[in-house]
Write a protein that binds this ligand. Structure first.
Ligand code: ADP
Length: 728
């Protein structure tokens, strides 16, 4: 390039000179044109005389070395060089001057006025006079510092390479190998990176069940994968860069979210801000959310939010990954339905058990009643003994069946609690008096301690309280050989409508080990299988008691010292009228003993007994006749109506549940005219389930009272006699 330029330059200079000569332009004008030419040239132009002193410098010197042209006139080129370069050059320079030959591309270090080293590449031609003597040189120079610098670096590298090539072949090979390896690794990494990218793209596209929507920091959608297209019905083209994520969210949910987030943030947030906040605060948790499709339909999704950040941690956008959970929701509802069916089946099972137990109870009751009747007659000692055994076996069987019935009723949620008002102390005495008999038979004392602040009248289910106490006290007696059983009651706390009563049943018996204490409240569990053989029982008593107590708003628990005794505690919540005093007739009246009501009736009654089941019918008939009443039997509705037409009765006992005989309908018929027209004849229902709704149905049908089956003598007599008494 340089050579060509120089040649060109030279050519042009001589052209100009010859042109000037040809036109005989005055010398001054020629010089002027020459100056113009050189001053506009990109290179530095100079002239030196035969002694090597500058006689001319183009202004370019200022740009190259910082000098004004005048400053260097009279100086030698060596004066513009650092001493080391000047010394190196000086001898050759003189020689060159004398040689009178052109020179090209000499590189020399020069010193800039500010101290920098500048490498100038110079070329020059001798200036010859008419006689052909050399009067000096003229030429050009240019700054090649930068190029030299780069060349030097390259050169050093090349030299190093050269050295290696020559001396260190093995090392070179290693370097080569390393280099190759690095290259291949880098290639692989690049390949892997693009592979990962491709894979990510493939995943994004293949995940048709996963909607991936990314947005910029302001919420505008920047990515909308195939899954999002599939799930939401928008195409990526429709939304990317055009819509915000608000488009795919359910407005009402967004409003709720915004309200929630605003509350947390303490300032009002727009829905898009709240979504952003959700992403910022998300910890990989899934949010159940509803997306809205293009066609406006909704789709339940599980969404995970993420923040997209650059290398420096700056948020560059947000991403929501959503899974369509329609199917799962469907499965969930199916599972729920299946569970409901299973629960229903379970309940049906419990109901079946309850009905079965009832069906078993009826004949057992027949056995017990009949045995009692036979025991009342003249018998040999042996017959009496056998029959007593029949009776106690039947009673044990009945109590098992009763337990199972209760348990299944509780399990199926069928057990309803009574809510009547009664005298707590009297009821407790009544409950404990039969138990006292079995306690004293074992030589145990049974004590009752009622705290003075316990209110006299409470309202709740006295029957269920009775059942729990009987169960706990029977166990205490059963598992105690000597000492005493103490039943105590105190007030734990008062509530506006009532009070929590605390009962404790303490014995001095065998006790229960700590691990058994944990299981005895489970159904069908006994502390020790060996005690079962000795003491009998179903292992249901405590399970039932605990459930009953819980239904009455309390708890049942135990404390026990093995070998020293047990203390069962329970609490119940009863309503209390704090200001009420016990009714006058109950005050001072001793609690009726269990046999009190078995005393002879005041008056013999004419009773129509309508009962479909022959055993029940016979039993009730015997009981009533032994009490001195006159009994007429009816097996179905027709017989009832016929009997009523022909005889006078003081009372009707009416079965409600036997198949083929509807006591409710028959009652209805009596009340609308089939019965006596002059007076109201009391009708007492004998109901099997004795639930509240059952009783209400009986009363609504026009009956006056009810007794639960299997019929107990005391219940039967109390109910019919008090009803007839009321009639008078
Ligand atoms: P069961 O009808 O078999 O007595 P429970 O549920 O009433 O069933 O009692 C379960 C078990 O708890 C009993 O078999 C017995 O081992 C133990 N248990 C209950 N009460 C006492 C007590 N007062 N002393 C010792 N063990 C008891």
């Amino acid at each position: 390039m340089m050579i060509r330029e120089l040649a060109e330059l030279r050519k042009r200079v001589s052209e100009l000179e010859s042109l000037a000569a040809a036109h005989e332009t005055p010398k001054d004008a020629r010089a002027e044109r020459f100056r113009e030419l050189v001053e506009n040239c990109a290179d530095w132009m100079w002239e030196i005389d035969a002694q090597g002193r500058f006689t001319y410098s183009s202004p370019k010197i200022k740009a190259l070395l910082g000098y004004e042209p005048e400053e260097i006139i009279g100086k030698s080129p060596c004066d513009l060089m650092p001493p080391v370069e000047a010394n190196r050059l000086a001898p050759g320079f003189e020689q060159r001057l004398r040689s009178e030959k052109p020179f090209e591309r000499l590189e020399n270090v020069h010193l800039h006025k500010d101290g920098r080293w500048i490498i100038l590449e110079t070329s020059g031609v001798p200036i010859l006079d008419e006689a052909g003597h050399c009067r000096g040189y003229r030429g050009v120079g240019r700054d090649v510092t930068r190029r030299k610098h780069e060349e030097a670096i390259l050169q050093r590298g090349l030299q190093g390479f050269d050295r290696l090539l020559k001396g260190k072949h093995a090392e070179l090979e290693k370097i080569n190998r390393d280099l190759m390896q690095e290259i291949s690794l880098r290639a692989k990494a690049e390949e892997a990176a693009s592979e990962a990218e491709r894979r990510l793209e493939t995943v994004l596209d293949a995940a048709v069940n996963l909607s991936v929507v990314a947005t910029d920091p302001l919420g505008t959608i920047t990515l909308f994968n195939k899954g999002a297209e599939q799930i939401l019905g928008f195409s990526a083209d429709e939304v990317v860069g055009k819509e915000t994520t608000l488009l795919i969210h359910l407005p009402s949910e967004l409003a709720d979210l915004a309200a929630d987030m605003s509350r947390k943030a303490g300032r009002k947030l727009r829905p898009i801000d709240s979504l952003r906040m959700l992403a910022e605060s998300a910890t990989n948790e899934t949010v159940a959310w509803t997306y809205v499709r293009k066609d406006g339909t909704q789709v339940p999704v599980d969404v995970t939010y993420a923040v997209i950040r650059d290398r420096l941690g700056e948020t560059t956008g947000y991403m929501e990954l959503a899974q369509d959970v329609t199917e799962r929701k469907l499965v969930e509802t199916e599972v729920a339905a299946a569970r409901a069916r299973a629960e229903k089946a379970n309940q049906a099972k419990s109901e079946f058990l309850a009905v079965m137990s009832h069906e078993i109870r009826t004949p057992i009751n027949g056995v017990i009643g009949m045995t009692e009747l036979v025991l009342d007659t003249d018998l040999t000692e042996q017959q009496r003994e056998y029959l007593a055994l029949v009776k106690s076996s039947a009673k044990a069987l009945l109590s098992v069946v009763n337990d199972i019935l209760d348990f299944s009723k509780i399990e199926s949620g069928k057990l309803e609690l009574d809510d009547t008002e009664w005298d707590l102390r009297a009821r407790l005495a009544e409950t404990l008096s039969p138990l006292e008999i079995s306690a004293s038979a074992k030589g145990l004392r049974l004590l009752l301690q009622v705290a003075p602040d316990v209110p006299p009248l409470v309202a709740g289910d006295s029957g269920r309280l009775h059942q729990v106490i009987v169960n706990l006290v029977s166990n205490a007696i059963k598992f105690t050989e000597a000492g005493k059983v103490v039943v105590s009651v105190d007030l734990q706390s008062e509530t506006p409508e009532g009070a929590i009563f605390h009962f404790a049943i303490q014995d001095t018996g065998i006790g229960i080990t700590p691990d058994k204490q944990r299981v005895i409240f489970d159904a069908f569990t006994q502390a020790d299988a060996s005690t079962t053989r000795i003491f009998g029982g179903t292992g249901l008593g405590l399970a039932i008691s605990r459930r009953l107590v819980e239904m009455m708003g309390g708890h049942l628990w135990v404390e026990s010292d093995l070998g020293r005794g047990s203390r069962f505690h329970f609490t119940v919540n009863f309503r209390v009228h704090w200001n009420a005093s016990p009714p006058a007739e109950r005050q001072g009246t001793p609690a009726p003993g269990p046999l009190a009501s078995m005393a002879a009736p005041k008056r013999s009654l004419r009773i129509l007994l309508a009962e479909g089941n022959p055993i029940n019918r016979d039993l009730a008939q015997y009981l009533l006749q032994r009490r001195g009443h006159v009994v007429t039997l009816a097996e179905d509705a027709d017989q009832v109506i016929a009997a009523l037409a022909n005889h006078e009765f003081d009372l009707i006992l009416m079965d409600v549940h036997t198949l083929g005989f509807d006591g409710l309908e028959t009652t209805d018929a009596i009340r609308v005219g089939a019965g006596p027209s002059d007076r109201h004849i009391p009708i007492v229902a004998m109901t099997a389930h004795a639930t509240k709704s059952d009783r209400e149905r009986c009363l609504a049908a026009g009956m006056d009272g009810y007794i639960a089956k299997p019929v107990l003598a005391k219940d039967l007599f109390d109910t019919i006699e008090s009803l007839v008494e009321k009639q008078r």
